[in-house]
Design a protein around this ligand. Structure first.
Ligand code: HEM
Length: 347
């Protein structure tokens, strides 16, 4: 049988690919002959994925709660994936599909495109939060949350890793320690990170079990991660660009949009949802007694609003007035929208 030139070309490429790693192409061709064609359900691992929801109660809406948290974790992993592309300068893949490792330099266009992806993911998360806010019966939620004990979305480490990759940890220090911690060692700054002031008991200020469990499991990992990421976080990557590239208006707009998405829009829609479910009512069964209370009696009302936290990844990119008004206005959302889509909100 005559093989077309294009097929021969491909076989030659394959041969050189396997030769470069000391492998014999014939063994791999045998593998191809015996392999079954790939099926969607195997590739996407559908059965595994759909077996991962294990409600603790029979309330039907608990499934929505679990799946939406899992969806969020998947988006967070995509966001982290894009962040890694920026921090390690993007993978270099050869024409024949070989991974040639991380690039030496980060191009400004690549930087902007990856930031835009991050913004799309966060915007999608913010918009889809209606699934939480309006997609469950309040009465069911109030009951099934009683069986979740101290577990809380507060304990998502992915969100904390994202923050540590976006900026220097000094910007994540709790507002009340921020001035005192300026210029201190980064690990000392991490010890005063804002979220250690959340999930504390409202009346006493003691750490809730939610916070203690979270610290036991992840605090050492966060310190390790900080050591690795602080020198190459997104802000450092921005600063390493040429002066001209740093002035690129699209890049600045994309960075500002990240700041708004992560530190205002998502926290706001999440806070509104918490208020929707945890608002007080008059009844007095045990589920109702927990109303108004966060997990383990946490200080969520004082802690969650973005205007109180004033987390800002890139204060250098905002005016004093914008910083003063942080989290107060919907204008930022409009701004972020036009950056993400590249067109005005009215479209
Ligand atoms: C009905 C839905 C939800 C309610 C009522 C709610 C409520 C709360 C409350 C009260 C807190 C403060 C700590 C605590 O008391 O547990 C909190 C923190 C948090 N939750 Fe949720 N949450 C909901 C959905 C979600 C979802 C879907 C996620 C996604 C993973 C999430 C992620 C977080 C994070 C990251 C924090 C910490 C925020 C910060 O440190 O600023 N939550 N949530």
């Amino acid at each position: 049988m005559d093989l077309p030139e294009s097929t021969i070309e491909r076989i030659k490429k394959l041969k050189s690919k396997y030769a470069s790693i000391g492998q014999d192409i014939d063994a791999y061709l045998d593998g191809l002959i015996y392999a079954n064609p790939l099926k969607y359900w195997d590739y996407i691992e559908v059965d595994t994925l759909l077996s991962l929801q294990k409600p603790k109660t029979d309330f039907p809406d608990e499934k929505i709660f679990i799946v939406y948290h899992q969806i969020t974790e998947l988006y967070f992993s995509l966001i982290q994936h894009e962040i890694d592309q920026i921090c390690y300068n993007g993978k270099n893949i050869s024409e024949d599909g070989q991974d040639l490792g991380w690039n030496k330099e980060l191009s400004v266009d690549f930087f902007i495109e990856r930031l835009k992806r991050i913004n799309i993911y966060f915007k999608t998360l913010t918009n889809s939060f209606d699934i939480m806010r309006f997609g469950m019966e309040r009465e069911q939620f109030k009951k099934f949350r009683m069986s979740l004990l101290s577990a809380s979305g507060f304990q998502t480490a992915s969100y904390r890793f994202i923050e540590l990759s976006c900026t220097d940890v000094k910007h994540l220090v709790h507002a009340k320690h921020r001035e005192a911690m300026m210029g201190k060692d980064m690990h000392e700054q991490l010890d005063h990170i804002y979220w250690r002031e959340g999930a504390v008991v409202e009346e006493t200020g003691e750490k809730t079990l939610t916070l203690r469990d979270f610290e036991d499991k992840y605090l050492a990992d966060f310190h390790e991660y900080l050591k690795k990421m602080q020198p190459i976080n997104i802000w450092r990557k921005y600063q390493a660009l040429s002066e001209e590239d740093q002035k690129n208006p699209e890049l600045i707009a994309a960075l500002r949009a990240v700041d708004i998405q992560v530190n205002v829009n998502w926290p706001l829609v999440h806070f509104r949802t918490a208020t929707h479910y945890l608002a007080m009512s008059q009844a007095s069964d045990s589920a109702h007694e927990q109303e108004g209370k966060g997990t383990g009696g946490s200080n969520w009302r004082k802690y969650l609003p973005p205007h109180f936290q004033k987390r800002i990844f890139y204060p250098e990119l905002w005016s004093a007035q914008e910083i003063e008004d942080w989290g107060k206005s919907w204008v930022e959302e409009v701004l972020a929208e036009s950056v993400v889509t590249g067109r005005p909100r009215s479209w």
